[in-house]
Write a new protein. Structure first.
Length: 191
């Protein structure tokens, strides 16, 4: 099995790249944002099916571990796992799983509420392990309230979840009445 490939991104498709390694082009499915001509080193997960062999590439081992955890959930195959990882940042996804935030997970294409809830149920106890190098920063429980408040103001969850996480982790003792104005200021500064 292939464990790691290092080479130059020669082609970028919709859901895959061609990675040139010593004159051989490998088709690698990846959620990573890469640019043609980039020199990259990818951790490879090989998925063998009856009718195909596919390579899935990740910049970090923690992303590869997350992919393996997601595909370990019944009903979540490589395609759905890649859609989730391509839509939601790793830290955001881990926070969503740890806090039971099915709405955030369901923002990924092809992932409904039932699949999102299944992911949470099956992975919640595994989140935060050393293998993922993830630090859960919302000990105050303010993140779900902040997300709900911003959504009620018309913001899409996938647009606000990263900002909300950062604010909650930087201001652990702040309550929702202080966090909402801070979030609105941050959002308006990003436009």
């Amino acid at each position: 099995m292939i464990g790691k490939l290092q080479g130059i991104v020669d082609y970028i498709g919709i859901d895959h790249i061609i990675l040139m390694v010593s004159g051989v082009g490998y088709k690698v499915y990846t959620p990573e944002l890469l640019t043609r001509g980039d020199s990259v080193s990818l951790w490879i997960e090989t998925v063998v099916r009856e009718d195909s062999i596919r390579l899935f590439g990740f910049l970090t081992q923690s992303a590869q571990n997350l992919f393996n955890m997601l595909t370990g959930v019944s009903g979540v195959g490589p395609k759905v796992a890649m859609a989730i990882m391509g839509t939601i940042k790793t830290d955001t996804l881990m926070t969503a799983i740890a806090t039971g935030d099915a709405k955030t997970i369901a923002t990924a294409p092809g992932v409904g509420k039932k699949v999102a809830e299944k992911i949470i149920v099956e992975l919640k106890s595994k989140v935060g392990g050393a293998s993922l190098n993830f630090d859960m920063t919302d000990s105050s429980g303010a993140l779900p309230d902040l997300l709900a408040a911003l959504e009620s103001l018309g913001y899409r969850r996938m647009d606000i979840v990263d900002i909300a996480q950062k604010l909650v982790s930087k201001n652990p003792s702040a309550d929702i009445s202080k966090l909402v104005p801070m979030a609105l200021k941050e959002i308006s500064g990003n436009k």
